[in-house]
Design a protein. Structure first.
Length: 81
């Protein structure tokens, strides 16, 4: 069902508008009753789990650095720079 815009609502007969208002009121009342009965039991919005920051050892950083330098040296040697 698509939501109605203001122009569509103005075209509806008064009896239908009253019925819509009554249904909306009833829905709100039921939602309120559900909230009061099960409010604490209902799960809230799911939050993202914060991951622990990964730490890299100095040896691992050095190994990665040397590998990157070797890749750049190979690239520069192949391109005449």
């Amino acid at each position: 069902m698509t939501p109605m815009n203001t122009k569509d609502l103005l075209k509806l007969p008064a009896a239908k508008l009253k019925r819509i208002v009554a249904l909306k009121t009833q829905i709100e009342r039921l939602e309120s009753r559900i909230e009061s009965a099960f409010g604490a039991a209902l799960p809230g919005p799911v939050q993202k789990v914060a991951r622990k920051k990964r730490h890299m050892s100095a040896a691992a950083r050095k190994k990665i650095s040397l590998a990157a330098k070797a890749r750049w040296a190979k690239f520069k040697a192949g391109h005449g720079k």
